[in-house]
Design a binder for this molecule. Sequence first.
Ligand code: GTP
Ligand code: MG
Ligand code: ZN
Length: 305
Amino acid sequence: MRGTVYSGINNIYSVKDGEGRFFQCRIKGKVLRDGEGEILRDDYNPLAAGDGVEFEEDPGHPGQGMITLRLHRENWFCRLNQKRRTPQYIACNIDLLLCFSSVKSPPFRPRFLDRVLIAAEQGGVRPALVINKTDLGIDEETEERMDFYRGMGFPLFPCSAETGEGLEELNRFMGQGRVAVFGQSGVGKSTLLNALEPGIDLRTSEISDKYDRGRHTTNYSVMIDRASGGSIIDTPGIRQLFLWGVEKEDLAHYFPEMEGYWRECRFSGCTHRNEPGCRVREAVEEGALHPDRYESYLRIFEDLL
Ligand SMILES: Nc1nc2c(ncn2[C@@H]2O[C@H](COP(=O)(O)OP(=O)(O)OP(=O)(O)O)[C@@H](O)[C@H]2O)c(=O)[nH]1
Ligand SMILES: [Mg+2]
Ligand SMILES: [Zn+2]
């Protein structure tokens, strides 16, 4: 039988088959193979929400099953699990990734978004930006950065899960696709999904007054089908995103605005930090490239292995 993974906790996966029935499944054997026969032993998690699988129902236990194979992934959103140094898949086979942040509480963090956009590009996922909590007021710096992202061609939706501002437009854009949300804890991902799809009752909680950040309320990813068609994947917020699958020497390619410059650097292996004749650095100094984006570049470069 074939099915789709909706969630997974403690190695038990909730899998829905083509007829809409749910099965509680474990992985058969010690390792899981994908369609090409590769053994998936190095991943932090061999299956993520949105994965297609083959499984066998357990004849003795209706509603339970064993997963035998992971089907080919069209795309993925993945991060590096810093402790284990392994890829941690957050959602797979999605039509859209909503890269979430808030204007305040927690503070707007464009450098976090820069990383999310790179991870989306790495996994072949289509991103859009959601800037939530507009009811708290947007400052000039945030406004400027929002214009920058729009200028780069990213769809961007300022909205408020609290007042409903911007939700209709976002909902229309999401359409009937499979849409995952991702962002820091406390930016309002679950609250906004609750507002878009009444009755799903995802758990939410107030951000911490002391630290002005979320409390990691959502603790595992879950996919939910929408009444009007399509589905959404809520995911746990994280504090820091480390990139997986990005090579140091390719990092500049993930900053599309740098392309016209890195091609003109004096040295072909230029890392755009302190080499002489680096056009990227010069462009930053001339004001042609955004200094904060360049800062993102430098920090990510330092983290990559
Ligand atoms: N003012 C305001 N508060 C909001 C808005 N959206 C969400 N919140 C509040 O922000 C807090 C955190 O919301 P959650 O939905 O739990 O945040 P989350 O992004 O799902 O957090 P994690 O599950 O920890 O990743 C809650 O107290 C919400 O009521 C908004 O548009 N405006
Ligand atoms: Mg949540
Ligand atoms: Zn350079």
